[in-house]
Design a protein around this ligand. Structure first.
Ligand SMILES: C[S@@+](CC[C@H](N)C(=O)[O-])C[C@H]1O[C@@H](n2cnc3c(N)ncnc32)[C@H](O)[C@@H]1O
Length: 284
């Protein structure tokens, strides 16, 4: 991703004069010697750097595709939808200790050169790991409904010098991704937050290449408790025409990985024919 022009040309120059690092942090040991007025000026400059960088990243982040089918064409879920509470599932060290990213990559057979969608990327735990895995011949599409999360993630990938990550803003009922752009999609600890799952799954379908797999990771808990009972998940995906391929239990208490193949051709239902799943055991 390109470095924002304002950040490059203006703020870094100003920042250097004020003893700022490239990320806008003052070099404290230098500044301590210069006294309070310079510290105050440095803090103000840091805010300017952060503000203009945010504006520039924000301008870069938008929808990658025109709208799909409107939400009101689909049934609403007949069960609670969890509120978006955080851009991450849990501490990254803990997730690394259970090799969450490695398990998902092996089970979904993710490989160098692929384009993988990290749907509901949040703070990008999977995005940064997938970026290394797919390499420069591949790419990662970090997608989310929260622009502020994507802006933070753009900063993170910039600092890590990852050049193969694209950012995609979505709507709760529509991921807004380009047609036939993904070899695989992962939805990790986010399915229970999708406000309009039937519309979302329907509008996701065109973005998946022929033979693509969708991997959904979640906990066997009611949706109100930030999980999705596997029976409910299978019912909702099958209502839109997705086929359940297999389900794995992730080692280390990471929940399950359920793998689906998207509907193709005649398997794609018309929105009006989609029937919502009932509120089943374990979903309250
Ligand atoms: C608990 S976080 C998980 C983030 C990341 N996948 C992880 O495993 O750390 C859930 C994320 O899903 C996003 N989200 C919720 N509803 C969404 C939707 N309809 N489309 C895309 N992202 C969504 C939230 O904004 C949030 O970033």
């Amino acid at each position: 991703m390109k470095l924002p022009v304002t950040f490059n040309l203006v703020d870094i120059t100003v920042g250097r004069h004020l003893g700022l690092t490239r990320t806008g942090q003052p070099r404290l040991n230098q500044l301590r010697m210069l006294g309070r007025p310079v510290m105050a000026l440095a803090r103000a400059a840091t805010l300017v750097v952060a503000f203009s960088a945010t504006r520039a990243y924000s301008a870069d982040i938008g929808y990658l595709a025109p709208p799909g089918v409107a939400a009101n064409e689909f049934p609403s879920p007949q069960r609670p939808v969890a509120q978006i509470a955080s851009p991450r599932r849990s501490a990254e060290e803990h997730r690394d200790a259970m090799d969450e990213a490695g398990q998902i990559a092996r089970l979904l057979e993710l490989k160098p050169g692929m384009t993988v969608g990290d749907i509901g990327a949040g703070s990008g735990y999977h995005t940064v790991r997938l970026s290394h895995l797919v390499g420069t011949a591949g790419s990662v599409v970090a997608q989310d409904v929260r622009r502020d999360y994507l802006i933070e993630l753009a900063r993170r990938t910039e600092l890590l010098k990852l050049t193969n990550v694209k950012f995609a803003l979505g709507e709760p009922h529509d991921p807004r991704l380009p047609a036939s752009s993904l070899d695989a999609a992962i939805l990790v600890h986010m399915y229970h937050e999708i406000a309009q799952p039937y519309a979302f799954l329907y509008n996701l379908t065109p973005a998946l290449k022929r033979g693509a797999r969708v991997g959904i990771v979640d906990l066997e808990l009611p949706t109100s408790q930030h999980g999705t009972p596997i029976e409910l998940l299978r019912c909702e995906l099958s209502a839109v025409g997705y086929r359940a391929v297999t389900t794995y239990k992730l080692a280390g208490g990471g929940g399950y990985l359920a793998v689906f193949s998207p509907p193709e051709g005649a398997g794609r239902k018309s929105p009006r024919d989609i029937v919502a799943c009932g509120d089943r055991a374990g979903t309250r």
